[in-house]
Structure formats: structure tokens, C-alpha cells
Design a protein around this ligand. Structure first.
Ligand code: AHR
Length: 350
């Protein structure tokens, strides 16, 4: 009996080891992680933290970030935030890719990250549609994907862990709210809308939020709506062209501050006073917009937080620790105009 015991113990240990190894390949991209509270559940132990061995203390977590480009001050601030957050943490290694506004470049970058077997992927999707195939590839490779700042077409929630960013519809509504309070209900207001990148969630939703909010106001008319591609140069160009045809405008609503600042230049060059003759509404809350408000050339900026690096890092750590994450980790934001904007200027971080 004594001679059989070591053999039996060895068999038992082998069975347990095989079971452990078999479980390790089953990490999934979403759902099924243990609740953050650590409550016991009846879920199968085939998911994330329950099955994944924690990284060795000296092993860095490698994160691939597929950025859109550098079209605006906001985008630069987001890039800086991501680079600083991961660059300053010895527990991480960041692989950064700039897609120069092209979705095909972002898809290539994601495929490279998959081939490099990164631990997590961050993606700021330039447009909403067309991500299913490549995100499915990441999911099949058991690499969690986190969407940063912009969303993808609804119905694909199983292809990413969390979306970290703003409520763009609310931003559009807040822009309209300021305008209606400024001019009053029943006013006659001609509006030029400078839209962001065609197909981007930030452009689609800011347009929807704004247009829905003025739908019941017969006097508020969008007389022209055109993309300015989220850039200052294009915002100026579109505004210049429109002012040659028509100067009877009371409001410019730009989907970001850079286009608003471009429009301000065009309005000045056309001999009008931005901020007075034509009210200027932007979105983002970049420092240059606060300066323009302080100079009286711009009226309001609806804040959109680009400093998302720390939230991305925390989400990755939480996911790796087995927590269940919110599907949408929302940013907290404000609306700045008048004295409130002037007072906030010295403390703006971007
Ligand atoms: O997705 C966020 C938007 O993208 C910002 O408003 C804009 O400035 C940026 O380019």
C-alpha cells in the first residue's frame, strides 16, 4: 500500500497540471471576466483571470495603440496622454502607430500587433464602420481590444472589451442648448455647420445631437453643412468659400475647436467680427479655444476629454486582473463660455 502512494500522487499531480494548461488558451475578448468585487460565480473557469497565469513580476505588458493621426490639437493631446502614461510606467511597453487618417493603415497596424502577440490593443477608430474582420482576428488571437475616444458601428460590442470616451450626442445637444439660450426660442438664426471626418462617430453623433435638439425650433436653420475634416485649414477653406456666397449667418457650429478657429480666420478676412457678428461654437476645449473666447472671438467650447491614457491603462490592468469592465467608460465633461472660460484658462491641461 505504501509503495503505491507515490505513483498515485504523481498521476494526480499530472492530471491537475494538464487541466491547468488546457484552460490557459481559453481567454476571451469580452464578457465572462470575474466581477470586480470578486464575488464567487458559477461561471466556467475558462475565462480571463481564472485561467490566465498572472504575468511574471518582471514581464512588461505590451500594448499596441492604433492612433488616427494628428489632425487636431485634441488628437495631439490624446497621443501625448497615451505615450506619457505607458512610457512612464516600467510595467508596460507601448507600440504606437499613426495611421495618418487612413482606416487601412489602422487595420494594418492591428494585424501587426496581432502578429507581435501584444497583450492588449487600443484603437481610436477613424470611422465607425468596417472593423468586423480585423477585430474578429484580434478576438480569435485572444487579444483584448479597447476602443478609445471614437466608437464603431452598433451591434459589434462582442468585438471589444470597453469603449473609453465621451458622449458625442450629448456634446451636440449641449452646443445647441447654449445657442438656444443665447438667442432665445422663436429667434431666426442661420447656422453653418462644419462637420468632422465623414463617417467618424464624433462627427455623426455631434451632428445628430445638435440637429435633434433644434428640430422643434422652426427659426433655427442649418443653411450649410459641410465637412472640414476636423482640421483648422479645411475649416477655414470651407468657411471662406461659403462667405463668398452668403454672409447672412448668425452661428458657426464646428464639430471641433480647430475647425472653429479656422472659421474665425476666414470670418475676419471677410471683414466680419467673429464672436460678435457671427457666434462661434466649438467642441473639444483646447487651450487655443479658451484663448479665443478670452479675446472675444469665440463664444463657447463644449469640452471633450482627450487625456484618456490613464483610463486606458487602468482598464487594461483591471481586465488582466479579471474584473468585469463597463462596456462604456464615460468621460466627465463641461461646457465653457464667458467668464467661466476665462477663469478656467490658466489651468487648462491641453
Ligand atoms: O474623436 C474626437 C475628435 O477627433 C475631436 O473632437 C477632434 O478634435 C479629433 O480630431
Amino acid at each position: 500500500m505504501n509503495r503505491k502512494k507515490p505513483f498515485f500522487m504523481t498521476m494526480l499531480a499530472t492530471i491537475m497540471l494538464v487541466g491547468l494548461i488546457a484552460g490557459c488558451g481559453n481567454n476571451s475578448n469580452n464578457g465572462g471576466n470575474k466581477p470586480a468585487s470578486g464575488n464567487a460565480t458559477n461561471e466556467p473557469k475558462t475565462e480571463n483571470a481564472a485561467t490566465e497565469a498572472p504575468p511574471a513580476a518582471d514581464k512588461k505588458l505590451v500594448v499596441g495603440f492604433a492612433q488616427i493621426g494628428a489632425e487636431s490639437g485634441w488628437r495631439d493631446a490624446e497621443t501625448d496622454s497615451v505615450k506619457a502614461t505607458f512610457g512612464e510606467d516600467p510595467g508596460f511597453e507601448l507600440k504606437f502607430s499613426d495611421a495618418q487618417q487612413k482606416q487601412e493603415n489602422q487595420i494594418k497596424a492591428i494585424r501587426t500587433f496581432i502578429a507581435q502577440k501584444v497583450d492588449a490593443i487600443g484603437l481610436a477608430p477613424v470611422v465607425e464602420s468596417g472593423w468586423e474582420t480585423v477585430l474578429k482576428e484580434a478576438k480569435d488571437a485572444n487579444i483584448p481590444v479597447f476602443l478609445l475616444d471614437r466608437g464603431i458601428t452598433k451591434g459589434n460590442e462582442d468585438l471589444y472589451v470597453s469603449f473609453i470616451g465621451s458622449d458625442f450626442i450629448l456634446e451636440g445637444q449641449n452646443a445647441a442648448k447654449w445657442m438656444i439660450e443665447e438667442f432665445g426660442t422663436g429667434a431666426q438664426v442661420n447656422i453653418v455647420q462644419l462637420e468632422g471626418t465623414v463617417g467618424a462617430s464624433a462627427a455623426n453623433d455631434r451632428k445628430k445631437g445638435f440637429e435633434d435638439a433644434i428640430a422643434g425650433e422652426a427659426g433655427y436653420k442649418i443653411v450649410y453643412s459641410q465637412t472640414g475634416e476636423f482640421t483648422r485649414a479645411k475649416g477655414k477653406e470651407v468657411m471662406e468659400a461659403y462667405l463668398k456666397k452668403d454672409k447672412n449667418i448668425q452661428v458657426v457650429y464646428a464639430h471641433n475647436d480647430d475647425m472653429a478657429l479656422g472659421a474665425i480666420q476666414a470670418i475676419e478676412e471677410a471683414g466680419l467680427k467673429p464672436g460678435t457678428d457671427i457666434k462661434i461654437i466649438g467642441v473639444d476645449g483646447i487651450k487655443a479655444a479658451f484663448e479665443a473666447i478670452a479675446e472675444g472671438k469665440m463664444n463657447v467650447t463644449v469640452e471633450c476629454n482627450p487625456l484618456l491614457g490613464p483610463q486606458l491603462k487602468q482598464a487594461i490592468l483591471d481586465y488582466k486582473a479579471g474584473a468585469t469592465l463597463e462596456k462604456w467608460i464615460k468621460s466627465d465633461e463641461d461646457v465653457y463660455f464667458g467668464q467661466k472660460a476665462i477663469d478656467a484658462l490658466p489651468n487648462r491641461k491641453y
